[in-house]
Design a protein around this ligand. Structure first.
Ligand SMILES: Nc1ncnc2c1ncn2[C@@H]1O[C@H](COP(=O)(O)OP(=O)(O)OP(=O)(O)O)[C@@H](O)[C@H]1O
Ligand SMILES: [Mg+2]
Length: 291
């Protein structure tokens, strides 16, 4: 669908090759490959604990990988922290957005990077400047807010995510990482966020979209990576994946087929198991050994 643009020749913005990560004895990721190109949305799907957040923490500099290679613009790197990632144009927007709900929209937009006028010690906040820039950036993304003076807390979840996306773009993000941006949102608000993800792609950013939702992924994704227990279960471009494929993978794929067989011919088995386990042998007095 995207066709061979400039991204086909330039090095990918971000590339993971054979990346692994262990937390002590827990192996959260093993041998993971992922490519993020300009003007593309790379979707990462997976069940709880599949390693999705670990993956984006590595890309955004919060965690170091323990195996494999992380390349940015073709160059192998070890990121020292999120600031270094940001300097290289990699910005992550998390579910629990770092916004101050009582502050106006324009103020949140510039939080930590306020525009000022004059010279120290005679510096003051450039409020009209910040309002104007925030307004321009939000409009450029097609985000229509009635009033930039309204507190961020009065925006809907989708609008808040959208403001965070516009903010990341304004401050120079080339790679935008979104961890489950639609998880807490209803259908309409999810649609709003997906629209801005598409808008970010149109502006040439590389987007990494983490989601549980195969429908959302399929609406905007150019490439799909499904993680399972820290390993890549599926990695395929849009042309090779249907929504049904994604849904099946997310539902457990092979496991689901086994479950289906069991349910079809084994309902009596499970009740028999239940009674033997629960009552006949459970007379030792230890009734709280639930597993
Ligand atoms: N800081 C940590 N210390 C120890 N183990 C961790 C840590 N972070 C994650 N893990 C483990 O690594 C594995 C992958 O976790 P991760 O949070 O990356 O999964 P996820 O796909 O984001 O899950 P979810 O959908 O629930 O957000 C899990 O087994 C988790 O318990
Ligand atoms: Mg997670």
């Amino acid at each position: 669908m995207t066709g061979p643009g400039p991204s086909a020749v330039a090095a990918p913005l971000v590339e993971l090759r054979g990346v692994g990560k262990s937390y002590g004895t827990i192996r959260a990721l093993h041998d993971v490959d992922l490519t993020v190109r300009a003007g593309e949305v790379a979707c990462v799907l997976g069940d709880n604990g599949a390693g999705k957040s670990t993956l984006i923490k590595i890309i955004s500099g919060l965690h170091r990988h323990s195996e494999g290679e992380l390349r940015i613009d073709g160059e192998p790197v070890r990121l020292g922290g999120p600031r270094e990632a940001l300097r290289r144009g990699i910005a992550a927007v998390y579910q629990d957005l770092a916004t101050v709900t009582l502050m106006p929209v324009w103020r949140n937009f510039f939080l930590g990077s306020e525009l000022t006028r004059g010279r120290w010690p005679f510096q003051w906040l450039d409020i009209p400047g910040m309002r104007r820039v925030a307004d321009g950036e939000l409009r450029a993304m097609g985000i229509a807010l009635d009033d930039l003076d309204q507190p961020v807390g009065s925006l809907s979840g989708g609008q808040r995510q959208s403001v965070a996306i516009a903010r990341a773009i304004h401050f120079g993000a080339r790679v935008l990482i979104l961890d489950e941006p639609t998880a807490a949102l209803g259908v309409r608000q999810s649609g709003v966020v997906l629209k801005y993800i598409a808008a970010a792609r149109e502006r040439g950013l590389g987007v990494v979209l983490i989601t549980h939702n195969p429908h959302h992924a399929h609406l905007v994704g150019d490439h799909f990576t499904v993680l399972r227990l820290g390993e890549v279960e599926l990695s395929a471009p849009r042309a090779d994946v249907t929504l049904d494929d994604l849904t099946l993978h997310m539902a457990g794929g092979a496991e689901l087929a086994v479950l289906e067989r069991e349910l079809a011919n084994g309902t009596t088995d499970s009740t028999a198991d239940g009674t033997t386990d629960g009552t006949t042998d459970g007379t030792d007095g230890e009734d709280v050994t639930e597993r």
